[in-house]
Write a protein that binds this ligand. Structure first.
Ligand code: APR
Length: 264
């Protein structure tokens, strides 16, 4: 680590110390950069080869899915395979270790649709943009409309995409597409945690996608210290009290090392 980054990490540890002594004291917000060192391409970076001919709206919107369900299903099948093959990196593990050593202190909010935080051990992760491995129905379940239980998407007839044998409803991935609202419960929880923490640590996000990007200014307005970790400039750097110019897998283990790792 370059000398200036080492001293910035020491500053970061000093800023974090009081937050780690209180319940909910640390809120962590992660973005695509968190999973970069696990080899998961961002949505736009994955638009290569065959997929480069498509507009993001063709592949990640309800209209795009309705226009060509098979194409969108295959795009997500490839991305799902990439997520399943990836492993949590040292940054995910550092966050999970902190949560285990200091129960109740850290809340974790992610824009990522992969499950690497959960597989590292952060099972309570708040997923603002959904879960790419989760299946859900495209439309309302007709059986449920008639007063029955919602059909389980797992019962759908296998195809690309699977569909309901009774009503033809299609299965779609459980991610938030362009033009869709974020899951309200997740957004409320994220805003609550950002508003009430002592330190908001923002890792690997460009700060270009709202409402997640607004969590930094929200936390700062409520008196929190904001630390940003990103190897490149982000659109919310101005909200930060401290910017760490490094990568998640390299810096988080040093920033968050706990007692057993020779830290707190
Ligand atoms: N460690 C930390 N940050 C990194 C790393 C790394 N190893 N590599 C890249 N980054 C940073 C980049 O500098 C960039 O600022 O991660 C950020 C990724 O930015 P985006 O791709 O815009 O990702 P994100 O901010 O999560 O975008 C939000 O947009 O595509 C949608 O739903 C998708 O959740 C995503 C949302």
């Amino acid at each position: 680590m370059a000398d200036s980054l080492t001293s910035d990490v020491a500053t970061g540890r000093a800023l974090l110390a009081p937050a780690l002594a209180q319940r909910g004291g640390l809120c962590v917000l992660t973005g695509a950069g968190m999973s970069a060192e696990s080899g998961i391409a961002t949505f736009r970076d994955a638009l290569t080869g065959y997929w480069s001919r498509f507009d993001p709206m063709d592949l990640a919107s309800e209209d795009g899915f309705r226009a060509n369900p098979e194409r969108v299903w295959r795009w997500y099948a490839e991305r799902r395979a990439g997520v399943r093959a990836a492993q949590p990196n040292a940054g995910h593990i550092a966050l999970a270790n902190l949560a285990r050593r200091l129960p109740g202190v850290m809340t974790l909010v992610t824009q990522n649709v992969d499950d690497l935080h959960q597989r590292a051990g952060n099972t309570e992760t708040i997923q603002l943009h959904g879960d790419i491995l989760h299946d859900q129905w495209l439309g309302a379940c007709q059986r449920h409309r008639r007063g029955g239980n919602v059909c389980d998407p797992d019962w759908a007839q296998p195809a690309e995409p699977p569909s309901c044998a009774e009503c033809g409803n299609l299965v779609r991935p459980g991610v938030v597409w362009f033009g869709e609202n974020l899951p309200l419960r997740a957004l409320n929880a994220a805003e609550h945690n950002a508003s009430n923490c002592a330190v908001l640590l923002v890792v690997g996000t460009s700060g270009a996608v709202w409402p997640a990007a607004g969590l930094a200014s929200r936390a700062r307005r409520q008196g929190a210290t904001v630390i940003i970790l990103n190897p490149a400039e982000s659109e919310i750097d101005a909200e930060a009290h401290l910017v760490l110019r490094g990568t998640a897998a390299r810096v988080l283990p040093a920033l968050l090392a706990t007692e057993g790792d020779g830290g707190w």
